[in-house]
Design a protein around this ligand. Structure first.
Ligand SMILES: Nc1ncnc2c1ncn2[C@@H]1O[C@H](COP(=O)(O)OP(=O)(O)OP(=O)(O)O)[C@@H](O)[C@H]1O
Length: 864
């Protein structure tokens, strides 16, 4: 098999060659389609499967790519489906592609499916780690942790940190961490510090927490003199006089704490930055106090920065101790997390040349295809870079002239969908690839193959008109201490860079509506949010009743919202499923088995025996704590779970039986853990989300979980919260995107940014800008999941409230609604037809259809 493409025919994908290519593809414009086309083309030209590496971020996405590859080939190989062959020819840009080649390729692929690497980055990295165990310092017979084990190990490491410090050291440390306040429980405080800072500190140099420069406190004599000047000053206004006297007293008592958040101190800072006069309630002070003001400001600044500095240093101490203990724990458990693997690989690969990499990996990767590239973290890029450089350097490498298919590099992504900043994703790396990878060609795709014209128009209008929101007014403020300037810049840049989307689905009927929910008299924000959820549930039920085959996605911001909506829909008897699944404890039968295990582990605690006395398990002869414990000891947890489940299963419906089977599967997996304890297994079951295999027509999930999915109708009921949340985490000072931070600091409220040195003001500002950009990305992902119908339900509020930084107000301003947002149950914007579901094509769950078809076609193929 060796088919050459027609160079003049680029196919509908524009992918006429295998030149190094970077594709910026907007939502629904066919990233997966494009990547699959490229992969097929490489295979059809004769490259062997083991030379190809395609990576993405989720197992589901990797499965989808593989499915599409197999399905396209299988359908094209089918004599009864001439259109499929034509469509594949068009997709890969090979107009003369013979059916026999498709047949031959699918045969090869089905026999060598294990050689074709279409995988997640995590799975690639663990494969790579197996080739470099010594260089990476991995323990012998190491294994990967899952997120639940990671969280146990993390808690144990924090306990070890606490155990090694004496009482005095711990009190001092906590006081520093809390800037003088000791509020929480010790372990909660330390866990919070670890969550906020460990991931990022691992990428940095040792002194990273010591980069904030703290000025020295003004001389004592200067402070006394400044107090004197203030006492002598005689402003005419009483308010100014009182203020100066209060400042003088604070200086005399050396009480700088209460100066830190004082408005006048902030005004002094603002006046010094602008070169203007110091004002208080718009009134100027008499001449001669300026020198004293500078002393007050310096004293407050020193106090703020030294507190922050102590907090930073204490954080560094905690993280250092935590790093030591977590490594020890992991080393003795021979356990390694995905993050550990990635960090060690990145360090090792920066030393290795691509050729030795190929040798060590038992064969070279000649074709690299990277999906969702905007979510790549700097560490991940450091591991991928040598592969990228090797694949992008065509014609100069060893053996290049003998290769049937020249090496190739392809990456695709959308910086408008970069919603994983908190997980380390740095969208700017996507931009940097264009400069780093030699000879790369850049392309843009903005034509949606998903959404109806009314949905695309609403998306265009929303994002291109973001600047209509009053929040953008601050973009020109030019004040590096002003958080709203950074946020406004983020919104404005998003709008400016937003490309106009078009759609290939020009005839697809659609409907978009922005509406308010009912007015909730006297309710708090939770009650108002609930009213939006009620409307969302009602809308979903109505669409589902009108056409039960339509897929409907209700997308929330929070997990709590998901739970509330599931509860409402189930009460309305609408069959609903939750993306990512629930813990198995949503089943009464599973709870019964867990009670039996807890009873065995805690025989003195009567709660478990009481619960079990109401269940059929008590009918087992000899049943009791000893019975279950000895069964666990003799036969293991999995067999015990299976035995107990078997006793309950005959009394269960299909849903409960499935959950019991999933519980047994979880127990089987858990048993492989050498440190397995009964109570930890119960905890695992309570925490781990397990999906049901079949999804319902109505699906509820967070916007993050909806990434990569599409629905006939999308309902967005949680658009009213603040766009960004104040982070208690830590702020990196980064010179260039993708670089390791040169400094780290704990968070400081934006009102105090003016005390920071300029580089730190920028660092804090960049973090605020990034958070706002991510909020825009989240809204974009949410709105673009819709094929035909997009329904947005928001809370009625005063016009002033519509100036707040919320998604609802951004959409309201951008869609230029002239309706009154203060009234309840009002349609603020509507376009298209509410009866869209009666017309046009129906697209059901593609993923499921594709899976069924791949299986059917491959069975048919094998039979023939
Ligand atoms: N060139 C094309 N011709 C026909 N259909 C296409 C083409 N590209 C994509 N599609 C279809 O359009 C839909 C969206 O494609 P896909 O899921 O690849 O988009 P995407 O860019 O990954 O979207 P998102 O970034 O929003 O997840 C799918 O149903 C896909 O089959």
């Amino acid at each position: 098999m060796n088919v050459k493409p027609n160079p003049s025919s680029s196919g509908s994908t524009g992918d006429g060659s295998l030149l190094p290519t970077l594709v910026r593809a907007s939502a629904g414009t066919g990233k997966t389609y494009r990547l699959t086309a490229r992969l097929l083309r490489i295979l059809l030209q004769g490259a062997s499967p083991e030379t190809i590496l395609a990576t993405t971020f989720t197992r589901k996405a990797a499965g989808e790519i593989l499915e599409r590859v197999l399905l396209s080939l299988a359908q094209a190989a089918d004599e009864d489906d001439p259109e499929a062959l034509e469509s594949l020819r068009n997709q890969v840009g090979i107009p003369t592609l013979p059916r026999s080649v498709c047949l031959q390729l699918i045969d090869t692929l089905l026999r060598n499916i294990h050689r074709l690497r279409i995988c997640t980055l995590d799975s690639l990295f663990s494969q790579l780690a197996r080739s470099f165990p010594f260089e990476l310092g991995l323990p012998p017979a190491w294994r990967l942790t899952d997120e639940i084990e990671e969280s146990w190990l993390r808690e144990r490491a924090v306990d070890s940190v606490i155990a090694t410090l004496d009482r005095g050291e711990m009190t001092a440390l906590l006081a520093m961490l809390g800037k003088g306040d000791i509020k929480r429980s010790i372990s909660r405080e330390l866990l919070q510090v670890v969550d906020a800072a460990y991931g990022i500190q691992r990428l940095c140099i040792d002194e990273v927490w010591k980069q904030l420069k703290v000025p020295t406190q003004p001389e004592s004599a200067d402070i006394t003199r400044a107090a004197g000047i203030m006492r002598m000053a005689m402003p005419k206004q009483k308010r100014l006089l009182t203020k100066l006297e209060s400042f003088a007293e604070k200086l005399e008592l050396r009480d700088f704490d209460s100066l830190m958040d004082d408005t006048l101190v902030a005004n002094i800072g603002a006046a010094r930055r602008s070169g203007g006069e110091v004002l208080y309630y718009r009134a100027p002070f008499p001449d001669g106090v300026d020198e004293a003001f500078d002393v007050v400001y310096a004293a407050a600044k020193t106090k703020v920065l030294s507190l922050l500095n102590s907090q930073n240093e204490a954080t560094g101490t905690v993280i250092g101790a935590y790093d030591f203990h977590i490594n020890q724990l992991k080393q003795s458990a021979r356990a390694v997390g995905f993050e550990d693997v990635a960090i060690r690989l990145a360090a090792e690969f920066s030393r290795l040349d691509p050729q030795s990499l190929a040798v060590r990996m038992d064969g070279a990767v000649d074709h690299l295809l990277l999906d969702e590239f905007q979510d790549t973290s700097p560490v991940q890029w450091n591991v991928l870079r040598p592969f990228a450089m090797r694949c992008a350097t065509v014609g100069t490498g060893q053996g290049d002239s003998e290769r049937a298919v020249p090496k190739s590099f392809f990456c695709v992504g959308d910086t408008k969908q970069a919603i994983y900043g908190w997980r380390g994703g740095v969208a700017e790396i996507f931009e940097a690839v264009a400069d780093e990878v030699p000879g790369i060609t850049e392309e843009e795709q903005n034509k949606s193959f998903r959404s109806s014209p009314v949905v695309v128009e609403a998306v265009n209008q929303t994002f291109r008109n973001l600047i209509r929101h009053p929040v953008c007014d601050a973009a020109d403020s030019n004040d590096p201490t002003d958080k709203s300037m950074y946020e406004a810049t983020a919104v404005r840049n998003f709008a400016r860079r937003f490309p106009v989307h078009s759609t290939a689905k020009s005839d697809l009927p659609g409907h978009v509506r922005l509406e308010t929910c009912r007015i909730v008299e006297g309710g708090d924000s939770a009650a108002r949010q609930l009213a939006c959820f009620e409307d969302a549930a009602r809308i979903a039920a109505e669409i589902h009743a009108a056409d039960p085959r339509r897929s409907i996605g209700i997308l929330t911001r929070t997990n709590r919202g998901v739970a509330q909506l599931i509860f409402m829909l189930e009460r309305m008897k609408v069959e609903v499923s939750q993306e990512g699944g629930n813990p198995l404890t949503d089943s009464a039968a599973v709870e019964t088995v867990l009670s039996a295990i807890m009873m065995a582990d805690h025989p003195g605690d009567g709660r478990w025996a009481f619960h079990l006395s109401q269940t059929p398990l008590v009918e087992i002869p000899g049943f009791g704590p000893e019975f279950v414990r000895s069964m666990c000891e003799d036969r293991g947890i999995a067999e015990t779970v299976e035995f107990l489940s078997g006793k309950l299963a005959p009394l269960c419906d299909g849903r409960e039986t499935l959950r019991l089977k999933q519980l047994t599967a979880l127990a089987l997996g858990y048993e492989t853990n050498p440190a397995a304890r009964l109570r930890d297994f119960v905890r695992l079951v309570r925490e781990k989300r397990v999906e049901r295999p079949q999804s319902a027509a109505v699906r509820v999930m967070t916007v993050h979980q909806s990434k990569g999915l599409e629905f006939d109708a999308v309902i967005l009921p949680e658009l009213d919260g603040a766009l960004t949340r104040t982070r208690s985490g830590c702020v990196p000072d980064i010179e260039n995107p993708g670089d390791a931070p040169r400094g780290l600091s704990r968070y400081l409220g934006s009102k105090s940014w003016h005390y920071l040195p300029l580089n730190w003001q920028r660092a804090f500002g960049m973090q605020a800008e990034g958070a706002m950009t991510e909020a825009m990305c989240l809204l974009y992902v949410a709105m673009t999941r819709a094929r035909q119908s997009l329904r947005m339900v928001i809370q009625p509020a005063s016009k002033a409230a519509f100036e707040n930084r919320t998604s609802s107000s951004l959409i309201f301003h951008a869609l230029e609604s002239d309706q009154d947002p203060t009234t309840g149950q009002t349609v603020l914007y509507e376009s298209g037809t509410p009866t869209w579901m009666n017309r046009g094509e129906r697209i059901s769950d593609d993923h499921h259809d594709a899976q069924v078809s791949v299986e059917t076609v491959s069975i048919r193929f094998r039979e023939s």
